[in-house]
Ligand binder design. Structure first.
Ligand code: NAG
Ligand code: NAG
Length: 494
């Protein structure tokens, strides 16, 4: 009996041990896969053609504006008859993106002839004078603000890579492109004022636009030129700006564009969120304390937000409240000596599938690094990109490859799959900040048969590392410019 019991006991416990061990093994394997890979439904890669307004956190805040993709159905929401949204080809979007990157490089990196490759695009950028008067391209996300008295709603591209805000203005002395909103008419507003050529604000245009302002019958004339030959020229004026019904700013300085041409979609102009004194961040500093945050939606068919000011219940003396995301982590922001517009960041490492890529830390410190809302694809030093791509490819060997898409050279054909597993990609920033990108921040989808790794290499390691907007998708990104820090919270919007 004893023997039986004891044998029985051994048997059961061995079985239990075996069961425990196997469930442990299965558990560990699943957890390991979940912690190193994303499982994606292939059908979710293609955005819906109609706008699904998300009830994202930011939309409830007092100073929050709804953010939509320039080319998506949400930008047209309630403003355009059906069928009016034109989606440009992906290679066109990526070509525009490359021209923005070339201009950022020409502003931030001193090039010598030896650094310039045989590529003619690079050559022409390298040939630009250091202060060429050109500013970067125009970005891809729009918000709607009010201007004038009575207020007119205007849909503007928002851009952390440029400073002045402008909109097309009647009488469009030279040219206005077709926009979705009615064109702003300063003569119909009781609060519009021209800024005179002799005012100090007029001379500040030189650093904000890179061009010396002009003068027309004593009215200050601004001119801003973008990398892709887009431009806006017009009168520099003051007007009442309405962010929300309770947040209005008298005497907001903006460009009243009389000659506007280029790739602005059907937006009414541009909202400049850069660091120069004429940007909206500086002009609203007394109320918002140089604090703003945004969340870029994961799909062109959903919306995010742009919020000005700290969350209202945040109290600096008593710490965080529930409104302030607990998961928010801050890394220091830096100033780049070459330009007062951009937001400098410090990247320390990149991770693929949970493993840190082995890259000398000098590779990161040798490249100026910025975060930009208007650059689509993150640009990495070639040394970093090659390591990332190789590690990524190693985890993706079971999927058939697809042709390159413009600047994206690592593409897959997922058309025969319902779900795919892709390795996670993470970044660590100065200040002990680690973020795991959402799956939408890793792959760029042209179609289910061409889904590409959403990173690209710069020409040389010394070029500007640009943390682009695909990698920012779904994060709430907080710019606390007063304290010179940048925050990331992973679940900002849908
Ligand atoms: C602003 O200045 C321009 C150029 O001098 C002039 O044509 C326009 O009428 C002025 N607008 C106002 C409201 O003063
Ligand atoms: C998808 O499956 C079909 C049928 O089995 C096959 O002919 C085709 O080559 C596959 N496509 C890819 C990209 O693997």
């Amino acid at each position: 009996m004893d023997t039986y019991t004891s044998r029985h006991r051994y048997g059961v416990s061995a079985l239990l041990r075996l069961l425990a061990l196997s469930s442990l093994l299965v558990g560990t394997l699943c957890e390991e896969l979940a912690s190193t890979h994303h499982t994606i439904e292939v059908s979710s890669l293609i955005p819906s053609v109609s706008c699904k307004t998300s009830s994202s956190k930011g939309s409830g805040k007092a100073s929050s504006l709804k953010v939509a993709h320039k080319h998506g159905p949400c930008a047209a929401e309630g403003r355009l008859a059906a069928g009016g949204v034109q989606q440009p080809a992906h290679d066109e979007i990526l070509r525009e993106d490359q021209s923005r990157v070339e201009i950022i490089n020409s502003r931030l990196v001193q090039r010598t002839a030896s650094l310039v490759g045989p590529n003619r695009v690079r050559q022409s950028v390298a040939d630009l004078p250091a202060k060429s008067g050109k500013t970067v391209g125009s970005g891809n996300y729009v918000v709607t603000v009010g201007l004038g008295t009575p207020k007119e709603d205007l849909t503007l591209i928002f851009d952390t890579g440029s400073d002045i805000t402008w909109t097309q203005c009647k009488p469009c002395v030279r040219y206005c492109y077709q926009q979705r909103d009615p064109i702003f008419d300063p003569s119909a507003s009781t609060s519009y004022l021209n800024i005179s050529c002799t005012s100090a604000s007029c001379s500040r245009l030189a650093t904000a636009t890179g061009n010396i302002p002009g003068c027309s019958s004593s009215t200050c004339v601004y001119g801003i030129q973008y990398g892709d030959r887009s431009f806006s020229v017009g009168f520099f004026g003051k007007e009442k700006l309405t962010i929300t019904p309770t947040d209005t700013f008298d005497s907001f300085m903006f460009g009243c564009g009389q000659n506007n041409q280029g790739l602005f979609g059907s937006s009414a102009g541009l909202l400049g969120l850069g660091r120069d004194t004429l940007s909206i961040v500086e002009q609203t500093a007394a109320k918002y304390g140089r604090y703003f945050s945004y969340c870029l939606p994961s799909s062109t068919a959903s919306t995010g937000y742009l919020t000005f000011g700290r969350p209202s219940t945040y109290n600096g003396h008593f710490g965080r409240t529930s409104v302030f995301p607990v998961s928010l982590k801050f890394t220091p922001l830096s100033t780049l000596s070459q330009s007062g517009t951009f937001y400098g960041i410090t990247i320390q490492a990149v991770y693929v599938g949970g493993k840190k890529l082995s890259i000398p830390s000098s590779t990161f410190s040798n490249a100026p690094s910025i975060i930009d809302s208007g650059t689509v694809i993150t640009r990495l030093p070639p040394t970093v990109y090659t390591a990332l791509r190789d590690a990524f490819k190693q985890e993706m060997t079971k999927y058939p490859t697809a042709p390159a898409l413009s600047i994206l050279d690592t593409c897959y054909d997922f058309s025969n799959y319902t779900t795919v597993d892709i390795p996670k990609v993470g970044f660590s920033f100065a200040g002990d900040v680690y973020i795991d990108l959402h799956s939408v921040g890793i792959m760029y989808t042209a179609s289910t048969s061409q889904v590409c790794l959403a990173f690209a290499a710069n020409g040389v390691d010394a070029d500007v590392l640009i943390y682009g907007n695909v990698q920012q998708l779904k994060f709430e990104i907080v710019y606390d410019v007063g304290a010179m820090k940048l925050g990331f919270a992973p679940d900002g919007c849908a």
